[in-house]
Design a protein. Structure first.
Length: 286
């Protein structure tokens, strides 16, 4: 499975006074099994981009090749696209509506025309995959769950459709710090366990740096840069001009290095940064 995006352009309210070029000739590729991060300031085109990948939006021009099939042509059935590409929106728990968690998670695969036996298997597997106990939650109302559990149940509803590609648009928005971390750990585990392409859209630079193999940066609908965390976050000035920060730990390490402490600056997690500082201080005392 792979994604190739070529010269993708999208215009809102085309030929009207308030028309907006949301995507402007964006091109990049996503390799099989890759965990891709997409970052950019508000209005950069992140959400518009990912909504093209499962057919919610159609481009003005350009191609979107998913495993060799151009889904932008318009002759690919939406059911096939939605089954291959699962999209989790911000605050997905707002879309929970059924009387039980089981029925809610089963809604998507049932509407894809999957057999009842396969639906049951998919629902059971998806609920367990997101870290919920199937027997404990299957008959409960989703509205009785905690905030974190609701978020997991909503994600399970997408996973139950067995997508080949999982896209998450700000999946930790509005969560407390512990639940935020727990959801990211869960998503990382799911990615490693399934080996499927995972695309994470986030404003949190630390999350993107710590979990993603590669990062795509958008600015005003255009591709600004792409690369791994070290390659992207070394461009502090350019990112700052685009309204983006580097991860706080990376900023701290850069300042310590500038102040004379011999530390590596390409640090993206608190634990790694703390270990590096401790090692540098120990070396200085010897």
């Amino acid at each position: 499975m792979s994604i190739i995006i070529e010269e993708l352009t999208h215009i809102y309210s085309e030929n009207l006074p308030y028309h907006q070029v949301a995507l402007d000739s964006v091109s990049f590729e996503v390799a099989d099994g890759e965990f891709l991060g997409i970052i950019g300031h508000t209005g950069s085109g992140k959400s518009t981009l990912v909504q093209h990948l499962n057919g919610l939006l159609k481009p003005k021009s350009g191609r979107i090749l998913i495993n060799g099939t151009d889904i932008a042509k318009g002759d690919v059935p939406l059911r096939q696209i939605r089954r291959n590409v699962g999209l989790v929106f911000q605050y997905p728990e707002y879309q929970l509506f059924e009387e039980s968690v089981y029925k809610d998670v089963a809604f998507g695969p049932t509407n894809l025309g999957i057999s009842s036996e396969e639906v049951e298997k998919n629902v059971h597997g998806a609920i367990e995959l997101v870290g919920l106990d199937f027997q404990e939650v299957k008959d409960r109302s989703p509205f009785e769950l905690s905030g974190g559990q609701k978020r997991r149940a909503a994600i399970a509803g997408v996973l139950a459709m067995k997508p080949e590609i999982l896209i998450l648009d700000e999946p930790t928005a509005g969560l407390d710090p512990k639940t935020h971390k727990d959801i990211l750990i869960m998503l990382d585990r799911i990615h490693r366990q399934t080996g499927k392409i995972t695309i994470l859209v986030s404003h949190n630079m630390s999350d993107i740096a710590n979990y993603c193999d590669r990062i795509v940066v958008l600015e005003n609908g255009k591709l600004l840069m792409q690369g791994n965390a070290a390659e992207v976050f070394k461009n502090k000035e350019r990112l700052s001009a685009s309204g983006l920060d580097i991860p706080p730990v990376t900023e701290l390490m850069s300042r310590l290095f500038a102040g004379g402490l011999e530390v590596k600056t390409e640090m993206f997690s608190v634990d790694a940064g703390a270990a590096e500082i401790a090692a540098a201080l120990k070396k200085r005392m010897i």
